[in-house]
Design a protein around this ligand. Structure first.
Ligand SMILES: [Fe+2]
Length: 289
């Protein structure tokens, strides 16, 4: 099914029954019209993940477009920022002078919400493929809104009003990406609601992930571990998951309030380079959740 916007010339093609859509008829840039931006924002809220194919984006385009969606974060992992444009976090297995130029190398990266470990977590991210391997390295997304809406009532009741304990250290231990002293100080364990209300749509989504959610406040570890495992198993059913097979020129924008993601490994003989911007709620319009 392909729907035509009545206002401007953007086509939208849903990817799954519940989330994800391909947007065509637009070139992302730092000089987009307000109508185009408004339409994209509306689609972003509705579909949670937007895929733009065949983009040929300069770093300025990536930053300019992203900045229209919110404030841009300079990621705390400063060792992986682009040299000229620190708004861009590089995800890569490429080494220069024996040092990795980006995060996460070529291995498996398990399910996580970006920055669930920060008090002001990202609104979303834009990930652009610059260099990709011939196979592998796919990114999977889970629709945590639908996962919550279809969650059995007894589990909804168990987590209602509860806070999840979030640990970036747990994620780094799993994937051997140790933080330095300053980064560790900035990423101490915090709690977040296990059910997050979307700041724009008002829809509720499960806000937890296997990589970083290590407990439930007020519930003993063994009991909370069992509850979390039930929730993770529920979210990761095929019905809620989309697998994205990257093409060169793909730009993928996701909503970080209601989707989590993971990456599968790829063969280390191939180079992979992705540029990511991290979009924060604009300070003046930030809505607590
Ligand atoms: Fe991520």
């Amino acid at each position: 099914m392909s729907l035509k916007s009545h206002e401007i010339n953007l086509d939208i093609t849903p990817i799954t029954e519940t989330f994800g859509a391909i947007v065509s008829g637009v070139k992302l840039s730092n000089q987009m019209s307000q109508d185009e931006l408004n339409q994209i924002k509306s689609y972003w809220n509705r579909y949670q993940i937007l895929l733009f194919r065949d983009q040929d984006l300069s770093k300025e385009d990536i930053i300019g477009f992203s900045r229209e969606l919110g404030d841009l974060e300079i990621h705390i992992r400063n060792e992986w920022l682009n040299d000229e444009h620190p708004e861009i976090l590089q995800i890569s297995n490429i080494n220069v002078d024996g040092k990795p130029i980006g995060a996460l190398s070529d291995g498996e990266v398990g399910w996580h919400y970006d920055q669930i470990y920060l008090k002001r977590p990202a609104l979303g991210s834009l990930l652009c493929s610059v260099k990709i391997p011939p196979e592998g390295g796919c990114t999977y997304f889970a629709d945590m809104t639908t996962a919550y809406e279809r969650l059995p009532l007894d589990l909804k009741t168990v987590i209602d009003g509860r806070l999840g304990i979030q640990s970036y250290e747990n994620f780094n231990n799993l994937y051997s990406t140790k933080t330095d002293e300053n980064q560790t100080t900035l990423t101490q364990k915090i709690t977040q609601p296990l059910v997050r209300t979307h700041p724009v749509t008002g829809r509720r989504a499960l806000y937890l992930c296997p990589g970083m959610t290590v407990g439930i406040s007020g519930i003993p570890d063994d009991e909370s571990g069992a509850i979390l495992q039930q929730l993770f198993d529920w979210c990761l059913q095929d019905d809620f998951v989309y697998k994205h097979n990257w093409r060169l020129g793909d730009a993928l924008l996701w909503d970080n309030a209601c989707t989590m993601h993971r990456r599968e490994p790829f063969d280390s003989v191939h180079e992979r380079l992705m540029f990511r911007t991290t979009i924060l709620p604009q300070a003046e319009r930030a809505v607590p959740f």
